[in-house]
Write a protein that binds this ligand. Structure first.
Ligand SMILES: Cc1cc2nc3c(=O)[nH]c(=O)nc-3n(C[C@H](O)[C@H](O)[C@H](O)COP(=O)(O)O)c2cc1C
Length: 459
């Protein structure tokens, strides 16, 4: 049997994943909002035949990173609908919260993007609740873990039921009888959850993909069960292959237990390549970018992640204070624990000192690869072939220039090895990801309550 193609998306960031990327641009002030810049990134990704561009989001207010680098400013739904007009094939992943606001707004937005892009929309469901976002939405206090996932589940059930509510064939367009929309065909919902209620049918008819693709990003046991139940693809942070392999086999197993085909749940960890024509040149390129960082601020950030006093990290060539970080784990907010755990796992596996950890993408959280395009292609294939991933969500150091290297140097290597497309396979994102069109007519609405607690409890 031939080996599978690798799936590749790109995380669209205003200037790039490297925290100092913005300092390398001539026009620095407009980076968060410059639409031409985003169009250039989307076009470079499509030239590389990547599966999707991925718009992460901090829904709501500014977060701490907004004060030190360009941030995610534009509403991702508005941004991707503009980008859809400048691209023809690439998937458009739009991140929104599943905890607050109303699911109908999201159902309508994402379905509309699927229509305007002719079947390229995906919804990335997140469950974060950082205070600035909650405050912007007028919510005083977040929810505990169980309640977060109860809310998220109701949210997704309502969104998907709205997506299925005006099935193909509902538009009769019957001139003789003057019936445009046939009400007998509608699958109206009447949803009364603990947290959200909704009734009626969407204004948006069934979309080209049947349902837009669902991505999900999270890390906890609840999040894994939630993703395995509802998502088509999981975005995750995995810095060490062994951990990635356990994550992979766990979520594929959960999908099977939910009666799903595990091949229809793609696993795409984030990955941050820093590339050049030789390994030494790639290291030099990374150092040039690292030298632009404010190492004092970075050390303070690392101290916050590790929940230790910054003074403990003063000597960059000293060993990492594992004992203190472990003792202080309870001080770290739950949502940041995966990030810190992954960083420390990687540091331990590689015998890093404080300096190596400090310059290993502590703010982005994803694994860094520094080396040649050929080495990078091999590294990704090794992860795919040892069942650590189906593909990756690439975080590019400086965009769009770093993406040109992916399109011109990395993709041709993967193609020569028979592991990447040489042309887009189909029109829709589902076609290109190898996922079947969603046939709403064949499923009854999701109403299974509180999957995560049931399944996580049973595991
Ligand atoms: C790879 C990855 C990407 C994420 N992307 C976003 C994002 O763009 N915006 C956001 O607000 N939260 C994002 N999150 C946060 C998750 O949605 C979730 O809130 C977080 O993982 C904590 O929940 P958990 O402990 O249940 O996993 C991301 C998480 C992961 C692991």
């Amino acid at each position: 049997m031939s080996k599978p193609h690798i799936r590749l998306g790109v995380n669209v960031l205003a200037s790039g994943r490297h925290d100092a990327a913005w300092k390398t641009f001539d026009d620095k002030a407009a980076l968060s909002t410059d639409i031409d810049h985003f169009v250039a990134i989307a076009k470079a990704a499509e030239r590389g035949l990547l599966d999707a561009i991925f718009l992460a989001d901090n829904p709501g207010g500014l977060v701490s990173e907004s004060y030190t680098r360009p941030w995610r400013a534009l509403d991702p739904a508005v941004l991707v609908s503009h980008l859809s007009a400048h691209t023809r094939h690439i998937g458009l992943v739009c991140t929104t919260t599943s905890l607050f606001g109303h699911p109908y707004t999201i159902a309508r937005q994402i379905a509309s993007i699927d229509h305007v892009s002719r079947g390229r929309a995906a919804w990335n469901v997140i469950t974060s609740q950082n205070p600035p976002a909650l405050h912007a939405y007028g919510v005083d206090k977040g929810w505990d873990q169980a309640e977060r996932y109860e809310r998220a589940e109701e949210f997704v059930q309502i969104v998907t039921q709205f997506w299925d509510s005006v099935p193909e064939g509902s538009v009769a367009a019957d001139v003789e009888r003057t019936v445009y929309l046939d009400p007998s065909r509608l699958r109206k919902l009447d949803y009364e959850g603990r947290h959200f209620r909704a009734r009626g049918a969407s204004s948006v008819p069934e979309t080209p993909q049947g349902r837009p693709v669902i991505f999900q990003a999270g890390q906890s046991a609840d999040s894994r069960a939630f993703g395995a139940r509802y998502a088509d693809a999981l975005f995750t942070g995995q810095r060490v292959l062994d951990g990635a392999r356990s994550f992979y086999s766990e979520v594929k197993g959960l999908a099977t237990r939910y009666g799903r085909n595990p091949d229809h749940l793609l696993v795409m960890p984030g990955l941050f390549p820093i590339l050049a024509s030789t390994d030494e040149e790639a290291q030099r390129h990374k150092r040039r970018l690292d030298d632009l960082l404010d190492s004092v601020a970075l050390r303070e950030e690392l101290a916050r992640h590790l929940a230790v006093d910054a003074a403990l990290l003063a000597d960059l060539d000293a060993p990492i204070p594992y004992r203190e970080t472990e003792a202080n784990e309870h001080l770290v907010p739950t949502a940041s624990r995966w990030h810190r755990k992954e960083m420390l796992k990687e540091a331990k596996a590689n015998g890093w000192n404080i300096r190596a950890l400090l310059f290993s993408n502590i703010t982005g959280g994803h694994r860094i690869f520094v080396g040649t395009p050929e080495g990078f292609a091999d590294d990704m294939l090794h992860w795919v072939d040892t069942k650590g991933a189906d593909g990756f969500n690439l975080n590019i150091d400086v965009q769009p220039t770093g993406l040109d290297l992916i399109a011109d140097e990395v993709i041709p290597v993967l193609q020569r090895r028979g592991r990447f497309r040489t042309a887009y396979e189909g029109q829709t994102l589902r076609d290109n990801l190898g996922l079947p069109r969603f046939e709403a007519a064949n499923v009854s609405p999701d109403t299974t309550p509180y999957f995560a607690r049931e399944l996580a409890g049973a595991a």
